[in-house]
Design a protein around this ligand. Structure first.
Ligand SMILES: Cc1ncc(COP(=O)(O)O)c(C=O)c1O
Length: 358
């Protein structure tokens, strides 16, 4: 058990806020978890009021982006208690991300203790369904040296955000978005770090994401870095299609993040009796399937988005290919209802995914 000093008092509940109106990830709760790494060990775990860090301008993270993060949510249950959803998978992925980025790993049990202690402390600020408390653990390299080497000092911290919907549609079902297919920018390559949550993966996608937004698209679909044909994933979400009544998605690889939602959606699909195929899908095959009507739904899935229907794929040459006739489609909506129902404790949890913290 991680020993954590608590230097705060529990924040009081804010009454009368409609959870649908809280902007996702904008205003953090008042307290955060912090732990320091120096002289070869993690030490001084504490929960304290959020305050700016003092960083030397040469801090490793500012120059060489030695930083990783995670994202998970805490959900208010019907009894008023608070639960996390499969946080062991986030703990394991954080561990893998740390190893890949030469960051001293936080032991998975310590990660879970830290997240649970902070969520417990901030429990009064967890909005009811369809809101949540978004939990953002990060590690940054803080050694002040511009020599190109791994930092010898790190800070692990966790912020939490009382949040409403990511795409502004929670409480009204799965919602829908338009997606820009990027043939000019790739996100990840073999031997790279696309399958871990390194901050640098995301920095490289911001310019094309801004361009997508100008075109009315909420996400960017990235293709493989070698042939520029293989469908991989979006900047912050995995991608699943419904084709001829079965779910199809690219298999996990070095270039695709192992999404907790992806895994959960595939398991729920099997519970529904839907076929699940994890195989290479080329963009040409996808477009052909959209045009001949065999691909009827495209689903963006991630902790933030849950499952969101994709209405259209827009290409950089200006062409637009619509998906199916209804968006979100019926399967996207059924998956959404089942997943959200489990997360909020409103439906049975046959897989044992819900992890109560308080
Ligand atoms: C690149 C990328 N892919 C997929 C996902 C979805 O993962 P998860 O379902 O664990 O949130 C995320 C979000 O964390 C992501 O950043």
């Amino acid at each position: 058990m991680l020993e954590i000093r608590n230097l705060t008092t529990e924040p009081e509940a804010t009454e009368g806020v409609d959870p649908r109106t809280i902007e996702f990830g904008r205003d953090n709760s008042p307290n955060f978890f912090v732990m320091d790494y120096s002289d070869g060990q993690w030490r001084n775990a504490r929960i304290e009021p959020v305050q700016p860090f003092v960083l030397h301008p040469a801090a490793n993270v500012l120059h060489y982006a030695q930083t990783i993060f995670e994202g998970l949510k805490a959900y208010r249950q019907p009894s008023g208690s608070i639960a996390l959803f499969r946080p062991n998978l986030n703990a394991a992925r954080f561990h893998r991300s740390a190893r890949r980025m030469s960051i001293p790993a936080v032991e998975e049990g310590a990660f879970l203790d830290a997240v649970s202690a902070l969520v417990t402390n901030e429990r009064n600020l967890v909005p009811p369904e369809p809101g949540c408390l978004y939990v953002r653990p990060s590690i940054i390299g803080v050694e002040p040296s511009v020599g190109l080497k791994s930092s010898n000092a790190f800070t692990f911290f966790i912020l939490t955000y009382p949040s409403g919907p990511y795409f502004g549609h929670a409480g009204e079902g799965a919602g829908s978005i338009d997606v820009l297919v990027s043939t000019s920018v790739t996100r990840a390559c073999q031997g790279g770090m696309g399958n871990v949550k390194a901050g640098a993966n995301y920095a490289g996608t911001l310019a094309i994401l801004e361009r997508a937004k100008e075109l009315g698209c909420a996400q960017v679909l990235f293709l493989d870095a070698v042939g520029h044909r293989g469908v991989e994933e979006m900047g912050g979400m995995n991608l699943i299609f419904l084709q001829n009544g079965a779910l199809r998605t690219p298999p996990l690889s070095e270039t695709i993040l192992d999404g907790v939602t992806r895994d959960s959606v595939l398991a729920i699909a099997e519970d529904f009796g839907l076929g699940v195929e994890e195989e290479f899908i080329s963009i040409d095959e996808l477009v052909a399937g959209l045009r001949d009507g065999s691909v009827t739904e495209a689903i963006a899935c991630g902790t933030a988005a849950v499952t969101t229907g994709i209405k259209t794929f827009r290409f950089e040459d200006g062409s637009v290919v619509p998906v199916g006739t209804v968006c979100p489609g019926p399967v996207t909506s059924q998956l959404y209802e089942r997943l959200v129902g489990i997360q909020y404790g409103l439906l049975p949890d046959p897989h044992g995914w819900v992890h109560p913290v308080v």
